[in-house]
Design a protein around this ligand. Structure first.
Ligand SMILES: Cc1cc2nc3c(=O)[nH]c(=O)nc-3n(C[C@H](O)[C@H](O)[C@H](O)COP(=O)(O)OP(=O)(O)OC[C@H]3O[C@@H](n4cnc5c(N)ncnc54)[C@H](O)[C@@H]3O)c2cc1C
Length: 576
């Protein structure tokens, strides 16, 4: 395989303003908002920046719910077991243990904060079941609008501290790259703000620690359930700065995304697993149920199993979709339990109460990302990551349904506690970016720094290349991969990487270049992993191969820009 060069910086104008805070939190989903609120509560000054509006991100789109072992007949131990099974041997047991044991407390705190989950006639919070769970442990809100309600509660809590000078919130603020001192310690970020007055355009924000909570990378594929902001920025930013990335090849494709025809691209309507949890089932174009016999949980098998079965059935029947049959659940029940899904289906001309719903797998979740420890620390001093952009080890090769909101909640909280404790011990003192980092302009004159294309390892692609990246990724690094498909994708991406158009920067080109760098990383590690496991499916290596591949692929950008990979074996897990 040819080596991959990842540049250090995205080309951007020299910073025209500066600001500072103890901690910069990037992103306003469940992870970013939780981290920011908790840090502020503990007396740390926070700058919270988000690319567009506070409400934008995958969190607000989450339908099914949030998992927590709250029922009398459930336990963290059983939640742990189901999570490990879904992760196909690659979950990090201490991380999952933290998730399932701390999850119930964090979810109760969310309720205290104001999140209103659906309740039964007895007033108790209703719990349902989703794929891969053996107990009813999914809390939901507004029927199928769980994320919206969680997002609302967190944003309202943020508004309650609006007058607090210790927390500054900037919307329409896109983080471009990280600032580091001489020892690679992360001590700030360059941020592009569409603002007014002093803070407008690219600036430099200095801090003692950065928390990346920038969500997923769904827009790297032609078809995804993720919103437009999910361009993998935080992952690409961390990669360029030299943070270790892990498990990037494990991408979850949701099996039941409404199929709107081949030409339909971008964010597609998701039909939550919870609909199958309530009794809907899959049939092929001939009306034949095909999940029975494939897995003991049949239609509620883990997502990778269902996605793969759908791809196989589509190939066998020569079609590009299968159908979800929810008609027997009845219009009244469907409208009450899944109001958003029913409305979205009807908007596209399908009534789940009367018609079969055409569905096909589409990108849904990035199981890997910025490698962190149990406290959310990345491999770079001063850099933390939580939520979908991180790889805490909770998901292994495949995420269990409704574990991602919980992961954001639990690990953002852990990060806040860790930062407070370190600050109390005098760790992470304020530093200024060293000569290797871009310098803000002095006085009115912009200074030459690594932002200057002539002096630095910079790159930027025109946003017009985004479709080419998405097509290459979908064709070769998508639901089913092979050596030859991955090689074609790698070649297409290398061609694009060589075509630096000399553009000067702007949100769309920064996002597009982030997608390119992540596409190169993902395709590279997907080529190396010669087996099928979880969200990584190889047609040329159709079986799981524990003898060779029971472990994690890590990747890091070396100081010379070359992407280096390493394999880290793990111990077999006894899941009997
Ligand atoms: C349709 C759908 C349904 C889902 N259903 C469920 C479910 O039922 N249960 C579950 O557990 N999970 C579900 N998920 C997954 C879950 O919603 C996400 O994994 C989770 O919300 C991620 O939270 P986050 O805080 O990490 O990121 P997000 O909520 O995606 O937030 C990321 C934030 O970072 C900001 N950002 C990104 N780049 C930059 C940048 N460069 N500069 C500044 N800000 C930036 C974004 O604008 C956004 O505010 C679903 C996802 C989708 C898309």
């Amino acid at each position: 395989m040819t080596s991959i060069h990842i540049p250090r910086w995205l080309r951007a104008p020299s910073p025209g303003w500066t600001t500072s805070a103890d901690v910069i939190v990037v992103g306003s989903g469940i992870a970013g908002l939780t981290a920011a609120l908790r840090l502020r509560e503990r007396g740390v000054t926070v700058l919270l920046v988000t690319k567009t509006l506070l409400t934008e991100g995958s969190t607000a789109w989450a339908q099914g719910g949030i998992a927590a072992a709250l029922a009398d007949d459930d336990s963290p131990r059983e939640h742990l077991h189901d999570t490990l099974v879904a992760g196909v041997g690659l979950c990090d047991v201490p991380a999952v243990t933290a998730l399932v044991h701390e999850g119930p407390t964090r979810v109760r705190e969310l309720v205290t904060l104001g999140a209103e989950f659906d309740r039964g006639s007895d007033g108790a919070i209703s719990l349902t079941r989703e794929g891969g769970h053996h107990r009813d442990r999914i809390l939901h809100a507004g029927g199928d609008a769980t994320g919206k309600e969680i997002s609302r509660a967190l944003i309202e809590a943020l508004h309650r501290v609006k007058g607090d000078p210790g927390i500054e919130v900037i919307e329409h603020a896109l983080v471009v790259d990280l600032l580091q001192d001489d020892s690679s310690r992360v001590c700030g970020a360059t941020i592009h703000v569409i603002g007014e007055g002093q803070i407008d355009g690219v600036g430099a924000a200095h801090c003692r620690a950065v928390v990346l909570a920038t969500g997923g990378l769904g827009q790297i594929y032609s078809s995804t359930t993720n919103p437009p902001v999910a361009t993998g920025d935080g992952m690409a930013i961390a990669l360029r700065a030299g943070a270790v990335m892990a498990d990037t090849e494990f991408v979850q494709f949701h099996p039941t995304v409404l199929f709107l025809g081949d030409d339909s691209t971008g964010q597609q309507p998701l039909i939550s697993e919870a609909v199958r949890g309530e009794g809907a089932f899959l049939v092929d174009v001939h009306g034949v149920r095909f999940m029975q016999g494939v897995h003991p949980l049949a239609d509620l098998a883990p997502r990778d199993v269902v996605s793969r079965a759908i791809v196989k059935q589509m190939a066998a029947t020569g079609t590009d979709h299968v159908f979800l049959d929810a008609r027997h659940l009845g219009g009244e029940f469907l409208e009450r339990r899944f109001p958003s899904i029913v409305a979205s289906c009807r908007e596209h001309g399908f009534d789940p109460a009367t018609t079969l719903l055409p569905v096909a797998p589409a990108q849904h979740y990035a199981s890997g990302g910025i490698r962190t420890d149990l406290n959310g620390r990345s491999s770079l001093p001063g850099l933390y990551a939580c939520g979908e952009c991180s790889c805490t080890g909770v998901h292994g090769a495949n995420r269990l349904a409704s574990n991602s909101l919980l992961e954001g909640l639990v690990f953002a909280h852990r990060i806040a506690e860790d930062i407070v404790e370190r600050f109390e011990h005098g760790e992470l003192p304020a530093v200024t970016p060293g000569p290797a980092a871009p310098q803000p302009p002095r006085d009115a004159d912009p200074v030459e720094g690594p932002f200057s294309p002539a002096l630095a390892d910079t790159v930027l692609l025109r946003s017009a290349h985004r479709k080419a990246i998405q097509h290459a990724m979908t064709d070769g690094s998508g639901v089913v991969r092979s050596h030859s498909s991955l090689a074609s994708t790698a070649a297409a991406l290398a061609g694009l990487a060589a075509a630096d158009d000399g553009v000067e920067g702007g949100p769309k080109s920064w996002e597009t270049t982030n997608l390119l760098h992540l596409g190169q990383l993902l395709t590279h590690v997907a080529t190396l992993r010669e087996e099928t496991r979880g969200g990584h499916v190889r047609s040329d290596f159709p079986d799981r191969d524990d003898a060779q591949w029971l472990g994690h692929l890590a990747a890091v950008r070396m100081p010379d820009g070359i992407l280096a990979t390493s394999f880290h074996p793990t111990e077999p897990q006894d899941l009997s």
